[in-house]
Design a protein around this ligand. Structure first.
Ligand SMILES: Cc1ncc(COP(=O)(O)O)c(C=O)c1O
Length: 368
């Protein structure tokens, strides 16, 4: 696949807005990217240090205790009791899996990959790397009789924070099974769900017992620890679901040397067993979200979806680039909605990933 077939990195188009925001006398508030800024929890730093002695090659598939711990997390946190530890595999952060999944599954020219209409750009990139055709769709109906080989869903979604409910996901699974479509569900913001679920559940997983009917056939859940555990710098995530598909991924990745480093595997093992650090981090984001949301509403913005995740999907009902310029005048940098698809042309994505001090500065600038 020629590199020229890949889309340009869109961030270059923000250079002027960034320079303008940076000239604010009290400094820039950069809310354009979802990169965590709070410390990696001590329990996870300790797990990393304890595994520093690692002379041998680690397992691509992950150790049995790591896989069992991930299966336990699915049962405890995601209402997915049927995850077999053998159908779990750690990944080097989930962006790599998103970018390589179509290739690892053997898709190529002549096959297509379904992706959300408004989406994290790497789903499209992954299809292109494989030589397959990305097909963006706002609903399954849009595919008509031409079902893709692989369908990406993202719940809670980046950029807009929509959460797909159980009934919707059940329909997706039934639709896909009738057509032999593999469903890959990217769920990395599931623990950061702001809705008040009376059962205290996180965002529904594609592997949730209520959704998959007790079978994981044709289904893959992809999960990143970057967001909930401040581990973006470690590159830590995992995939679980259909045992045969996961085995295929393991086999190809063994040949390709796609191995999660041993210390990071031990961190994943620790992270999925410790709910406390996730709850603490969630509270920190909840406070930042409340402050920014209040300020945006006071300043006459409208906020759509944003039920979960690390972003506010906001609009002034005008082209997003105008809103980006206005925010930059106030020293705030956000991501234009058109980065994520044409349907985002009037929205901006405002990240909660800045310090309390910077979030308060942004809130003041929005309302003054
Ligand atoms: C929807 C979505 N999927 C996957 C990723 C990749 O996360 P990581 O590679 O850090 O695991 C991100 C990161 O922003 C994301 O927003």
């Amino acid at each position: 696949m020629p590199v020229a077939d890949l889309p340009d990195f869109p961030w270059d188009s923000l250079t002027a807005a960034k320079a303008k925001a940076g000239s604010h006398p009290d400094g820039i508030v950069d809310l354009s990217v979802g990169t965590p800024v709070d410390p990696t929890p001590q329990v996870l730093q300790d797990a990393l240090v304890a595994a520093a002695d690692a002379p041998g090659y680690p397992q691509v598939w992950g150790t049995p205790d790591l896989r069992a711990a991930v299966a336990g997390w699915f049962a405890r946190r995601r209402n997915a009791s049927g995850v077999d530890p053998d159908s779990v595999m750690p990944v080097i952060g989930t962006k790599e899996l998103v970018a390589w999944l179509p290739t690892l599954l053997g898709l190529g020219a002549g096959s297509s990959v379904g992706i959300p209409e408004l989406a994290y750009p790497t789903y499209d990139v992954g299809a292109r790397i494989a030589g397959a055709t990305p097909r963006a769709a706002a609903s399954l109906l849009q595919f008509g009789p031409m079902a893709p080989k692989l369908l990406w869903i993202n719940t809670p979604a980046n950029p807009h924070g929509q959460v797909l409910p159980v009934d919707h996901l059940k329909k997706v699974v039934a639709w896909a099974r009738r057509r032999g479509v593999i469903v890959a569900s990217d769920e990395c913001y599931a623990e950061l769900d702001w809705r008040e679920d009376p059962d205290g559940l996180t965002t529904p997983s594609i592997l949730d017992d209520r959704i998959c009917g007790g079978s994981h056939e044709g289904l893959l859940a992809v999960y990143s620890l970057s967001k909930q555990s401040n581990l973006a710098g470690y590159r830590a995530g995992f995939v679980a679901g259909d045992a045969a598909l996961v085995q295929r991924l393991v086999q190809v990745r063994k040949h390709a040397g796609m191995i999660v480093p041993w210390p990071v595997q031990r961190v994943i093992h620790a992270a999925v067993q410790d709910d406390e650090h996730v709850a603490v981090q969630k509270q920190i984001y909840a406070a930042r979200r409340a402050e920014l949301k209040t300020a945006l509403l006071q300043a006459d913005w409208r906020i759509d979806y944003s039920d979960a995740g690390l972003y506010l999907w906001a609009t002034q009902g005008k082209p997003c680039r105008e809103s980006i310029d206005e925010l930059a005048e106030r020293g705030i940098l956000a991501a234009p909605g058109d980065f994520y698809g044409a349907a985002g042309a009037q929205h901006v994505r405002i990240a909660l990933t800045a310090t309390d001090e910077r979030i308060s500065a942004a809130a003041k600038r929005l309302t003054s």
